[in-house]
Ligand binder design. Structure first.
Ligand SMILES: Nc1ncnc2c1ncn2[C@@H]1O[C@H](COP(=O)(O)OP(=O)(O)OP(=O)(O)O)[C@@H](O)[C@H]1O
Length: 242
């Protein structure tokens, strides 16, 4: 899917939150949305999800099945966890058997008959994540998915996202905790000043290697580079000093 020249502001005549954003999100990609507080990360996620419409520009190629987990799950609803999730399953034509599966994986199966307002913050957050995961969406948007979760769940949520991505789901996630950064192939969307820069995956940390920057005579540079390459070292840059 693609965002083409997307601009958004909440009020006519107000400041643009996003201004001329171009992005693509390929199947199977996990994008980590980064940026300081208030730059427009959640706004970007809601535009990608289709919950907000661009004021200018276009979002195209959005898949049919979209899952969105907001930063705060609205738990003030008069349903049990099971009742709420069954309703979500019916709305999305997903078999209700999935409820038990996610409740087991996120470790809250003992709370299925509890009323939503009586849940702890972390447990309510797990229910919010579950409604986004139901039916294994083709596009999954997660706003701070591990904030307030116990350590086991903090590990499981990135693993679940990676599992869905491996099956082709496009994932975009805001994660101040950094739990998604270690997933293989994560691209980063850096939001700043109304723009979004798409950065390639970070090089994985590799303590077995070090980088030396060495100044050598220009007339010996080629011979030294050849010797180092023959010894199995990698020449990362070669430049002439002005
Ligand atoms: N519903 C809204 N109505 C008006 N302005 C809003 C609304 N939601 C967000 N904003 C404003 O849009 C800007 C971007 O907000 P957004 O929540 O997208 O930022 P963010 O990067 O996700 O922030 P944080 O890291 O603090 O969650 C902020 O100036 C915010 O005040």
């Amino acid at each position: 899917m693609r965002l083409t020249n997307v601009s958004f502001r909440y009020a006519r005549g107000g400041d643009w939150v996003l201004d001329g954003v171009d992005l693509t999100l390929e199947p199977g990609t996990v994008a980590e949305v980064t940026g300081v507080n208030g730059t427009g990360k959640s706004t970007l996620l809601r535009l990608v999800a289709g919950l907000l419409r661009p004021v200018r520009g276009e979002v195209s190629g959005r898949p049919a099945r979209v899952g969105y987990a907001p930063e705060r799950f609205p738990a003030e609803q008069p349903f049990t966890v099971r009742g709420y999730l069954e309703h979500q399953c019916r709305a999305r034509r997903v078999p209700a058997a999935e409820i038990g599966e996610w409740a087991e994986r996120l470790d809250y199966a003992h709370l299925l008959e509890t009323r939503l307002p009586a849940l702890s913050k972390g447990s309510a957050h797990k229910v919010g994540l579950t409604q986004a995961l139901l039916g294994r969406p083709e596009l999954l948007l997660l706003d701070e998915p591990v904030a307030g979760l116990d350590p086991e769940a903090r590990d499981r949520v990135p693993a679940i996202a990676a599992e869905l991505a491996a099956a082709g789901t496009r994932v975009a996630v805001i994660d101040h905790q950094g739990e998604f950064r270690a997933l293989p192939g994560v691209v980063r969307w850096r939001v700043a000043g109304g723009k979004v820069a798409a950065l390639p995956p970070e090089e994985p940390a590799d303590p077995r290697h070090a980088v030396l920057e060495v100044k050598v005579s220009a007339d010996r540079a080629d011979a030294l580079a050849a010797t180092l390459a023959a010894d199995g070292h990698e020449i990362l840059t070669r430049r002439t000093l002005a």
